[in-house]
Design a protein around this ligand. Sequence first.
Ligand code: NCD
Length: 313
Amino acid sequence: MTRHLLSIDDVSAEEIQQLFATAAEMHDVQKREVKKLPALRGRTVINLFFEDSTRTRSSFEIAGKWLSADVINLSAKGSSASKGESLRDTVLTVTAMGVDGLVMRHSASGAAHQVAGWLDIPVINAGDGMHEHPTQALLDGYTLQRQLGGPGSLEGKRIAIVGDLTHSRVFRSNVKSLSKLGASVVAVAPPTLMPSGIGEWAKADGFATSYSLDDVLPEVDAVMMLRVQRERMSGGYFPTSREYTVGYGLTRQRLGMLREGVPILHPGPMNRGLEISPEAADAASSRILDQVSAGVAIRMSVLYHLLAGEESA
Ligand code: NCD
């Protein structure tokens, strides 16, 4: 396993399965009355978030705490970063306090890579701009693999990733991770939300693209809806919300196009009524809350593999 988790490029297919196997053990901890393992006792992890987050940050916090680490949460609002301190000075300052691992979210693509070059402790990328969000992709893959029948079950499966692909780090990490797990991805978006140059990229990485959700839905084994990321949009990517929903929303009517039991995923936060209807979000086949609980298990697994070291394993 690499020292940092900055991108899905850092983990092989085999290492992903190792992370999943550990996550499955960690998942059982969630069902216990006393949810504590001693693996990271005496270690300190900082969650440094320069961008808003609900589930990722709390999930890393819970994961660290259930492994008995001391977890400190720092958000850029209310830190010296908002007083003009550079990123380098901020991370060197917080890690000079005897920290053993850094979890970081930042709005700049590449920020986690840069920070990893300045530090000699493991860095975990919790989302860098429009680049990658590796733990999200791992928890998505883990959720799907469990749902579809365990290790190897993603082999040859067709998975649609639908929505605002241009702005999505979740998409970029998932294309890599699902491909490593043997699935074939079809990326669905309106032309304005397809990343530029996706044709070449799709050819090189072996995934398909489509502008038609209706064509794709009947033939997929799972569907992952992505949030329309308005905060990253500078202009009009679609005429009205209504038109987006008509073309690309997982509406109640479209649920009927899916084969029976096909899992529905969404990394959250959801825009109910825009990219996903309440009927789809709350359907029996929706795995959205399973993703949240898998998120804790995956982050426990990642923290354990990067921080526990052999001496305390
Ligand atoms: C995603 C993110 O922040 O990249 N959310 C998450 O981590 N669960 C997706 C999003 O914001 O739409």
